[in-house]
Design a protein around this ligand. Structure first.
Ligand SMILES: Cc1cc2nc3c(=O)[nH]c(=O)nc-3n(C[C@H](O)[C@H](O)[C@H](O)COP(=O)(O)OP(=O)(O)OC[C@H]3O[C@@H](n4cnc5c(N)ncnc54)[C@H](O)[C@@H]3O)c2cc1C
Length: 415
């Protein structure tokens, strides 16, 4: 017996992108269905690093959500980033220069995705306009004269929607088959993640660590500290290089931890508490068309991961919110054409485009270890560069400064 459901908007996927869209639609008073193949809480392979964009976006959807997230105890507050260059120059960059933990609100967090995504889904359950369907895998989507008809893989549901928000992640078949966006190894990364206990030498204010070691280039190893002495440890590398050099990421991670003199010491008493899992990172190093007649893509389904930092949760939340706001206009004007929805793309790339471009340039810089070493050395000595890098992670407007030649001129004068 098949259940037939009708809705103005159907969101496929309840990860950060889909959940943000649903939270924003609810605040706009728009009824919608959100479907996820998983039953939450569920894991997602990730570094678990939440940038300032995450809390900013939650606050923008509804300050009460941000407040409830700040009050949770399952996350680790993080006050900065440590970059380690191929020449092993370490640079500690706080998210806010001269921060005061007693007075400042933390901007960065490390939070296991099993907890963060479940927090968002619990928020969905508070909504009045959200119909959440868990454990339902959307298998087919058919465009008809007046919308999309979605069917699940068990033949249990048929959902009729005027508009789709597609948020089903890096392996979205909709992205491939309908939006015609395909995986290109130059614009895609492979990542693996493991959880360890008792890694020593972590920063006392839980700075996240990015190690661009010579032996790992063009990839990097991260250590992100979690509560209770745990850490998320992983490796990320451009798929192009992984394929060409037939890199075994799991082996590279384990060998680095076992053989590198610094890591060998830091992991001496560490215990692997999970399996080592891998997943794809669709990078936003190239602009794509991310909407079409009666649909908008958000988050990983729209290929929006930062090519330098691997950060995608913030962009998923932002685009989920933008898609919901565009959905409101489309419903009001009863216009679901590709031309009308194209202003969603314009907004996404207006807000995120310049930082994605800049991050693409920084990703290219990693190919030149000597230049990278030089900049890191410069950064440890130059206050302006250091504070700029700290803002880069957390303030989009500041990143734009980096695209202005006058910044580099001032920097050289201040050396
Ligand atoms: C190794 C690794 C490390 C990373 N580290 C970081 C980091 O530290 N910080 C950061 O910000 N980002 C990081 N990212 C990127 C981040 O994980 C993604 O950008 C983020 O999860 C995107 O959110 P999303 O909602 O678009 O997709 P997802 O989080 O992938 O959510 C998609 C949802 O869709 C559901 N779904 C899929 N198919 C269907 C279907 N057919 N029917 C119904 N439901 C479906 C899934 O169950 C899932 O819940 C990392 C990624 C990887 C792989």
């Amino acid at each position: 017996m098949q259940n037939q459901l009708r809705t103005p908007v159907c969101i496929i996927g309840a990860g950060p992108g889909g959940a943000a869209a649903a939270l924003q639609l609810d605040r706009l008073g728009i009824d919608h269905i959100i479907v996820d193949k998983a039953v939450f809480p569920r894991d997602k392979v990730c570094g678990d690093g939440l940038s300032g964009k995450v809390i900013t976006c939650l606050d923008r959807i509804d300050p009460a959500i941000g407040e409830r997230f700040r009050a949770t105890t399952f996350k680790q507050e993080s006050w900065g980033v440590t970059f380690v260059s191929p020449g092993r120059h370490g640079m500690d960059v706080p998210y806010k220069p001269e921060y005061n933990k007693a007075e400042d609100l933390p901007m960065g967090f490390v939070c296991k995705r099993i907890d963060f995504d479940n927090f968002l889904v619990e928020e969905l359950k508070r909504n009045t306009h959200t119909h959440l369907m868990e454990g339902v895998t959307i298998e087919s989507y058919e465009k008809t004269g007046n919308g999309y008809v979605l069917k699940d893989n068990k033949g249990a549901y048929e959902i009729h929607a005027d508009l789709l928000i597609v948020a089903n992640g890096a392996h979205s078949t909709f992205t491939k088959n309908v939006a015609n966006i395909h995986m290109e190894p130059k614009h895609y990364a492979a990542g693996i993640r493991a959880y360890y206990k008792n890694v020593t030498g972590c920063n006392e204010d839980s700075f996240i660590e990015l190690h661009f070691l010579q032996s790992l280039l063009p990839g990097y190893l991260w250590i992100f500290p979690l509560p209770n002495g745990e850490a998320n440890v992983g490796l990320d590398m451009l798929s192009d290089h992984v394929r060409k050099e037939k890199v075994n990421l799991k082996k590279l991670l384990q060998d680095t931890i076992a053989q590198d003199p610094v890591f060998k010491e830091r992991f001496k008493n560490a215990e692997l508490t999970s399996t080592i899992e891998g997943y794809g990172l669709p990078l936003g190093s190239k602009q794509r068309v991310i909407s079409g007649e009666r649909y908008m893509l958000v988050g990983d389904a729209a290929y929006l991961i930062d090519p330098f930092t691997g950060e995608g949760i913030g962009n998923a939340l932002y685009t989920g919110r933008f898609a919901a706001e565009k959905a409101k206009e489309a419903l009001e004007q009863k216009n679901f054409s590709a031309a009308f929805l194209a202003t969603y793309d314009e907004r996404v790339y207006r807000v995120l485009g310049s930082e994605l471009k800049l991050s693409h340039r920084l990703q290219q810089l990693v190919k030149y270890p000597r230049l990278f070493n030089f900049l890191m050395k410069l950064g440890t000595r130059n206050k302006q560069l250091k504070s700029l890098i700290s803002c880069m992670f957390y303030e989009i407007d500041v990143r734009k400064k980096l695209t202005q030649p006058s910044f580099y001129f001032k920097l050289l004068l201040n050396r």
